[in-house]
Design a protein around this ligand. Sequence first.
Ligand code: FAD
Length: 692
Amino acid sequence: AQLDTLDIVVLVVLLLGTVAYFTKGTYWAVQKDPYATSFANGSAGKAGKSRNILEKMDETGKNCVVFYGSQTGTAEDYASRLAKEGSSRFGLKAMTADLEDYEYENLDQFPEDKVAMFVLATYGEGEPTDNAVEFYEFIGGEDVSFSEKSAEETPLSTLQYVAFGLGNNTYEHYNSMVRNVSKYLDRLGAKRIGEAGEGDDGAGTMEEDFLSWKEPMWAALASAMNLEEREAIYEPVFEITEKPDMDASDDTVYLGEPNKNHLEGHSKGPYNAHNPYIAPIAESKEIFTDKTRNCLHMEIDVAGSNLSYTTGDHIAIWPTNAGKEVDRFINILGLTEKRHMVITVKGLDATAKVPFPSPTTYDAVVRYHMEICAPMSRQFVSQLAQFAPNDAIKAEMTKIGEDKDVFSEQIAEKNYNLAQFLEYMSNGEKWEKIPFSIFIEALHKIQPRYYSISSSSLVQKDKISVTAIVESIEKPGAPHVVKGVTTNYLLALKQKQHGDPHPDPHGLDYAITGPRNKYDGIHVPVHVRHSNFKLPSDPAKPIIMVGPGTGVAPFRGFVQERAQQAQNGENVGKTILFFGCRRKSEDFLYADEWKQYADDMGDKFELVTAFSRDGPDKVYVQHRLRERAEEINKLLEQKAYFYVCGDAANMAREVNEILAQIISDQRGVPKQKGEEIVKAMRASNQYQEDVW
Ligand code: FAD
C-alpha cells in the first residue's frame, strides 16, 4: 500500500522522536546545559525550530555566528564573550550557536560579507565534545557534500572563519579539534582570518591564551570585513524588571529548583544531566583522622529512582553556593534589600535565551544558578571598569584589565572570586551601577561536580558511595581561603545529618534545605554519568590499579566487586592496588576495609602502600611501581588491565612514563618501543585512566 502524506509525516515525527530520545537522553551523557531541555526557548534543535543557520542569521539580522563545541560550558562561555565583544567593539551583529543545533550542508552558501567563528574544545583523547560529533564527522568526512557545490574542489570559498581551541597539553592529542577542523575547512577552500588560537588548560593559561589570541584576530577581522572599532559600549542582553507587587512564594516563581519539572512540583524521571534526582543521603562520615583536613564518605540512596550505575561510573552532584558568598555578592552590588524581590528576566534579542526560568529572585539566581566563586577573569575586570563607583576605581580597573602582569600579581595570585574582588577594589563601597544582566551573560552556570563512584554495583546497586576530599586551598599572601563549593556543601550536609542544627562549615552557611525546602531531610540533587572506566568482563583477568589519595575511589568499588565475586566462588584474578597518602595514621583511606577484602580474596588481593611523610624519604606510588617492575611486566604479559585514577597533571603522566620504562627495561626494548606498547594498551582499553 502506498503511504499518503499524513502517514509519512507521522512516521517521520515518530522516527525523529525516537532518535532524539536515544541520542539526547540515553546515549549521549551530555553535561552541557542543565536547563537546555526544560527551559531553552531559543534552541534551534527543538521541534519547529530551523536547523538552517543561514536562514536563522537572515531572520535575526546577524552577520556573525559563533559556533561552540563545548562539554562543560567553558567553550560556550568563550563563544558568548566573542559574540559580545564583536558587537560592542566592532558593531558586528553576532549570535552564538550550539554546533548540534544546526546542519551544515549549506555552508557553501555562507555569504562572503559574514563571518563564522568556531570555539572548539577537545575532549578526552582528542575527541570532539558530544555536541560537536556530528559537525566534526560531516566536515571531516571523506566525501563531504554540500547542497549546491558538492562537485567543486573548494565549495567553501565564500566562508571566512575564525577559530579558537580549548585543550590540555597533558593529553597526547592536544587541541586536535581546532587543528583538524581548521585543516578540513582550509581543504574545502574556506578562508581563515588570523591564527587558529590554542588555549592550554594543562599549563593553566587558558584565559591568557584566549586574550592574547583575540587581539590580533580582531585586527585581522576588522580589516577583512572593513569594521571600525568604537569605544566598547555595553548593551545588556537581558532586561530585568523588578516586580515589587509579586510574591516570591508564588509557585510560578523560580527559587532555584534544578528545572521546570522540579519547579512545578512533579520531579519525575528519567533522571539525567538535564534533570537531577533529589536523592536522600543514607549515610555520611569523615574518614581522615587528621583534624586539619576533611575527607567525606557518603552513601547516596538511589532506590526507586530508576537511576542505575555500573562499577566505575561517575556521580554528578549539583551544588548550591555558600550563603556567605551569596551574601557577599548581593551586598557588594547593593541588592541586599531587594534580594527576595520578584524579578522577570527577558532576552532583548531574538537569539538570547534566558538560562533559567523567569520570574525569579536575585537571591535564587545567585545562590543556585551562577558560578559566583570561580576565579576572576581579566577581561571581566576591563568590562566592569565602566561601572565602577568612582573614576579613581575605574582608572585602576582599566589598568589591571590591560596588564597581564599587574592582573596576575594583584588579583589572580590572591584567589579572589568576583565579589571578593569588587570588595577589595572599592574598599567595600557598593557597585550599584553594574547592570545585573552582565552577570547572567558573563558568569557560568554553576556546574555539577563529578565523583568517581567508590562502590560496586554488584554489591550495592541502590546505594552510590562517594569519597570526596573537602577543598580548602590556602595560599600564602592570599587574603581568603578558597573553599570548594560542592565539597563544603557536602560537609554541611554531613554535619546536619549528625545532629548539628545549624551546620556551618567554616562559616559558609549553606541553605541546605534547598529551594522551598525541597531538599529537606538531607537530600542532594544528583545524576549518574556512565564511564568507560571498567573492570574486565572476565573476573579471572589480573588487574593493576594505581590510585593515590581520593584516586582510590573507583578502586574501592573494583575491589569490593572482586571480593564479592570471590565470595560467590568465582575465580578471581590477581588484584593489586597501589595506594599512597601522607601518613598511615592520618589519611589512609578505608584502612580497615582492605583487611576485610584481603580476607575475602586471600592471596588474590594485594595492597601496596606508599606513605610520603612517614619515613625520612618521600615515597610515592610511582616508586612502588618501579620496585615491582618485574611482577607488573609479567602480569601485563598475562593481559592484566592497568588502571590509573586521580591527579591528571602530575601523577597520571608520571605513571604512564614509568610504565613505558618498566616495559622497556623488562623486555629489553628501547624506551620508544615501551611508549608505543603503552599507547597500544591505551588504544585497546588495557590501560584506562579516570583522572581529573
Ligand atoms: P570548586 O569550588 O570547584 O573549586 C575547585 C578548585 O578550583 C579549588 O580547589 C581551587 O583550586 C580552584 N578555585 C576555585 N575558586 C577559586 C578562586 N576563586 N581562585 C582561585 N582558584 C579557585 N574529587 C574527589 O574528591 N573524589 C573523587 O572521587 C573525584 N572524582 C572525580 C571524577 C571526575 C571524572 C572528575 C572530573 C573530577 C573528580 N573529582 C573528584 C573532583 C571533583 O569533581 C571536584 O572538582 C572537587 O571535589 C572540587 O569541587 P568543589 O566544588 O568543592 O571545588
